[in-house]
Ligand binder design. Structure first.
Ligand SMILES: [Zn+2]
Length: 147
């Protein structure tokens, strides 16, 4: 098991980091889920480093219990932060899809989540127009300054 963790968990760790980068797209709606991914990646890294250390130093395999204990302690005290997922809608109990489970903080189904009433494309457009407005207002202030 030590070898398996030492050989593979670095890539698992990288995968988790990439996952958190994907989640960045949904910031504002999914900050808690993203924080959870980052904490999980740290825990994976601790396990990886523990296994590598044990192998490199030629320690007894039983010491792998230490990173596991660290992870267990973190899970015990910060369970809701590390595992903020719910499988069912908080409001009506409907099954949630993958996005709702892993990306959005609300833990609400499409019918209950006010954000879901706007489709993805429209929300993207809305963001763009917001940015447009801010640049426009910047330009306006520049013009005003010149006057
Ligand atoms: Zn619902």
């Amino acid at each position: 098991m030590i070898d398996f963790i030492a050989d593979n968990f670095y890539y698992v760790f990288l995968g988790w980091i990439i996952l958190s980068l994907v989640q960045r797209r949904y910031r504002g709606r999914g900050d808690k889920k993203r924080t959870a991914t980052l904490i999980q990646s740290i825990l994976i890294f601790i396990l990886y480093m523990g296994a590598v250390f044990i192998r490199e130093e030629g320690l007894e395999k039983k010491w792998i219990v230490i990173p596991f204990v660290i992870i267990a302690v973190v899970l015990y005290f910060f369970r809701s932060k590390v595992i903020p997922y719910e499988l069912k809608c908080r409001n009506c109990g409907a099954k949630l899809n993958m996005n709702q489970i892993f990306l959005y903080d609300a833990n609400l189904c499409a019918d209950c989540d006010p954000h879901e009433q706007v489709s993805e494309d429209e929300s993207d457009d809305a963001e763009e127009t917001e940015e447009d407005h801010s640049t426009e207002s910047l330009k306006e202030t520049e013009i005003e300054d010149r006057e």
